[in-house]
Design a protein around this ligand. Sequence first.
Ligand SMILES: *Cc1c(COP(=O)(O)O)cnc(C)c1O
Length: 470
Amino acid sequence: MPKLDPTSDEFRAAGHKLIDWIGDYLDGVDRYDVLSRVQPGDIEKQFPAAPSVDGRPYDALLAEVDAKIIPGVTHWNHPAFFAYFSITGSQAGILAELLTAALNLNGMIWRTSPSLTELETVTLRWLRDALGLPSGLFGIINDTASINSFLALAAAREYVAPEIRTRGFAAAPPLRVYCSEHAHSSIEKGALALGFGIDGVVKIAGDDRFAMSVDALEEAIARDRAAGKVPCAISATVGTTSSAAIDPVKRIAEIARRENVWLHVDAAYAGPATICPEFRWLWEGIEAADSIVINPHKWLFTPIDCSVLYTRKPDVLRETFSLVPEYLKTTDSAEVNFMDYGLQLGHRFRALKLWYLFEHYGIERLQKVIRQHIADAARLAAELQKRDDVELIAPQSLSVVVFRKIVRSSNNEIDEAASERASVEALERMNASGRLFVSHTRLRGRYGIRVAIGNGATEWEHVARVLEYL
Ligand SMILES: *Cc1c(COP(=O)(O)O)cnc(C)c1O
């Protein structure tokens, strides 16, 4: 009988070389242009129409990775990657990911790998406590915040209108989901996929700091109630994508409680900052949150993917998705079957990455790196504010700085169009240099260059590159 892998000899030899390759790559990533310079199709056309018939040695593949794939890589591992939110890996995370693939577990139910389910429970308890979140939260790891927010909105629907589970949306009153105009698009996408409809998502205006206006939220809910709509969920954002603005969770929570709607908190990016006690204020009011999403793959040095969903109502989440008949449910065991808490049956062993991360680095080292990111962002903001041709278009928050170049006309007023052109040009100069990568956003109509710091290898000299191109 032919076996796919007759022995592990080739694997061992190639594996050692691959680890060395990764070590060299990580040590030398600053050599590369952050942003890939290839044109659309450049990568595709290098590859043949069909794969090998008789197979090729691993060495040949690694040589092609260097020659054909690396040129089309935008280096998320680069210490001067400041675009979007950095997906921050780490050496511990890479090793754990390798081991995850080797073990190849599928934790759909407890018995398909008790270690997977139980290590996920342990590491999510550690994470909860390390971030100062309330005890009693149930946690599950999924791939992305988008999926986790989708699951949370599904639970909200179950909580407010359980008849939908049996009879579908046609049987239901028109439900409403509220989020700020600065909320991540995943909230709206999740609501769309769940059948709330575009009209079912009510965007609440932001205040002058881009946080959700509580007065506007109250007005919107009252207006909807009067019109026969049924408020279902409020999604607050702790750390918006554009400017890391913090919605006032405590005041929003009071409204959620009074209205008896589900409170979801999207802290995909900012959640990890609370590993430092001085940022725990971000969680003010969090005890009332029904669900919270945090992405270790965004700012906790975990290679993508790893997104955590916490809920204090795991029973509702299970009722939303579980298809196990009630009479088969056990009451005498603490067994958790992850398949009951979401759409997917399969469940990767992502908890191994969190375990490696916490145990290898320790909480203190993680705190120090995150603190440094925030300090570097504050320093960048201070440097920018010293210049009279630059202004911050949002208050610096956590590790995010958003600014623009300003150009004044002869009467000393800001020329909006010229300012935008100068800002676009500055951004293009930065990204064309290959030495850093920043992205942009638009706030109150103003185009801004957005710098988000989050890579474990970033030092001030990388952040300072922003200043060189102004
Ligand atoms: C990035 C981001 C998301 C989406 O994260 P994915 O894991 O890529 O789905 C959601 N919410 C906020 C606030 C984000 O910053």
